[in-house]
Design a protein around this ligand. Structure first.
Ligand code: 5AD
Ligand code: SF4
Length: 515
């Protein structure tokens, strides 16, 4: 059995113990090939095709995987029929997401079985489902040959080589989670982006243990990447012409770099959060990082996702006044507007605290646009809990919301201790009602922008047949506009002022009036 050089998660934590029995995280099934893990050309020209499901973090992880594989002599192909290795980067957040991936894996299996044995591609499952299902994917479901969890990507070249060089039927896996892996030294290969906006992963894992959420189990403990490595990477992106970065983390604003240095920030929290929030940590905080990133270039737009409402000190809000790099939009996941449900979700705030934070943000930034995530039909959610959420959604005037029907996830606190007792149809009906509520306010807020001029970062040609261009406003609203006849050369990566002449719930339409 192969072993990993990474530090193991100790078997001491309540949340981890079921998931990482020591010694079962790394292994090979079937005849083991001799592989020198230090060899630079482990890939020997093997081609891989990668498909990514789930959140932005997975998109960023696939960029890391590309970097690791390309560096070891593997090369990427877009056509899956010609690839020696078929990879799927997977998501476990809801049952629906997993079912989508499983159907893709079944289609890979069919594709594989149609071919002669010596021409069959290796199927490799990465990410959250790899972590959750582990060897089940290899042995029971027969859907993969290689299974690699989110903290073990450095081991991919070796595992793929073992299976490639082993006899037919050889399988390998590494699902060991790590306490300190942040892939800080890697340079992600961003082939799938638009060259304008880049995802930059700044921390990994999550320490919150919201009772419905599987993420802490699939992505492990929270750890932050050293600030300097992030600033270096973003400086390189600016030099390469990128105009926007999206800082990524499961709880992005709980970023805390303990590798060196002290925070320059005072960490005063919104009133409602004082009592429920744990004391500030010791290292450099998210505010320090945002401040440092904004200073790299004043032409760089700096966005981030997903923050937790409990991690919004006043300093972070103040930075929006100091740095024009920060667009007037914050994604602020609410999850529920009912105090009882928030408590059952273990979110660490009340509806009053959430509203006070929103008021604090809007008093500093009156035109701020907010978006959110909401779960409908969580365990025990009554009609009056739902009404509380509806009222809060209307009161806050979110400009967009991702609304999800609660999906019970194995091993979470909710799955073990609470009853998934809201009927599916009720979850869907509530989801639709919340959708209508935010769309009403989004339409009225967007309509008020007709006649104004919005600064839009151009991303490229739109999908519309009329040849228009597309980009995003300061409020993160999509904007469509035609090229300026006096400046037919508007290019992706340019900031353009767009005079808005029409608005829908999600989109602004207009004409450029100069850069
Ligand atoms: N069921 C439904 N939605 C969920 N989310 C997280 N876990 C679940 C679950 N078990 C949603 C939350 C989170 C978003 C990324 O996914 O709203 O903010
Ligand atoms: Fe899941 Fe809560 Fe962590 Fe978000 S903050 S990833 S919802 S546990």
């Amino acid at each position: 059995m192969a072993t990993s050089s990474e530090r193991r998660i100790p078997n001491d934590g309540l949340e981890m113990k079921d998931f990482f029995p020591v010694g079962r995280g790394v292994g090979v099934r079937g005849p083991v090939a001799e592989v020198n893990p230090g060899e630079r050309d482990l890939g020997r020209g093997a081609t891989y095709h990668i498909e990514t499901y789930g959140c932005q973090m997975n998109v960023a992880d696939s960029e890391l995987v590309r970097s690791i594989l390309n560096d070891r002599g593997f090369s990427e192909v877009q056509d899956r029929d010609t690839a020696n290795i078929l990879m799927v980067n997977t998501c476990s957040i809801r049952d629906k997401a997993e079912r989508k991936v499983l159907s893709k894996l079944s289609s890979f299996r069919k594709q594989k079985l149609r071919l002669r044995k010596d021409r069959r591609p290796i199927v490799c499952v990465l990410g959250c489902m790899a972590e959750r299902l582990k060897t089940k994917l290899l042995e029971e479901m027969l859907l993969a040959d290689v299974v690699v969890g989110p903290d073990a990507y450095r081991d991919l070249p070796r595992l793929l080589s073992i299976v490639r060089d082993g006899d037919s039927g050889a399988k390998a896996y590494n699902v060991q989670l790590s306490l300190d892996e942040t892939y800080a030294d890697l340079r992600p290969v961003r082939t799938s982006g638009n060259g304008v906006s880049a995802f930059v992963s700044i921390m990994r894992g999550c320490a919150n243990m919201c009772t419905y959420c599987i993420v802490p189990f699939t992505r492990g403990r929270e750890r932050s990447r050293p600030l300097e490595s992030i600033v270096d990477e973003i400086t390189g992106l600016v030099e390469a012409g990128y105009k926007e970065v999206v800082l990524l983390g499961q709880n992005v604003n709980s970023y805390n770099d303990i590798s060196s240095g002290q925070s320059n920030m005072s960490m005063t929290y919104a009133p409602g959060f004082k009592t429920v929030y744990r004391p500030p940590k010791s290292g450099r905080t998210f505010s320090d990082l945002v401040d440092a990133v904004c200073r790299i270039s004043k032409d760089l737009r700096v966005r981030y996702t997903s923050p937790h409402p409990k991690d919004f000190p006043q300093d972070l809000i103040e930075l929006y006044k100091t740095h024009r790099n920060l667009p007037r939009h914050i994604h602020l996941p609410l999850q529920s507007g009912s105090d009882e449900i928030l408590e059952r979700m273990r979110r660490g705030y009340t509806r009053k605290a959430f509203l006070e934070l929103v008021m604090q943000m809007r008093s500093a930034l009156p035109d701020l646009a907010l978006s959110t995530d909401i779960i409908t039909g969580f365990c025990g959610e009554s009609e009056s809990d739902h009404e509380d959420t509806m009222r809060l959604v209307k009161q806050v005037e979110f400009e967009s919301a991702f609304v999800f029907a609660y999906s019970q996830r194995e091993k979470t606190f909710a799955a073990r201790h609470l009853e998934d007792d809201v009927p599916h149809e009720t979850k869907i009906r509530r989801l639709q009602e919340i959708g209508e509520a935010w769309k009403d306010t989004a339409f009225s807020r967007n309509s008020k922008r007709v006649g104004t001029v919005q600064r839009v970062l151009v991303e490229g040609k739109s999908d519309l047949k009329d040849g228009s261009l597309t980009g995003r406003s300061e409020f993160n609203t999509r904007a469509f506009f035609h090229s300026d006849p006096s400046d037919p050369e508007i290019r992706p990566g340019q900031f353009v002022n767009v005079q808005v002449d029409r608005a829908t719930t999600t989109t602004l339409f207009g004409q450029p009036v100069g850069a």
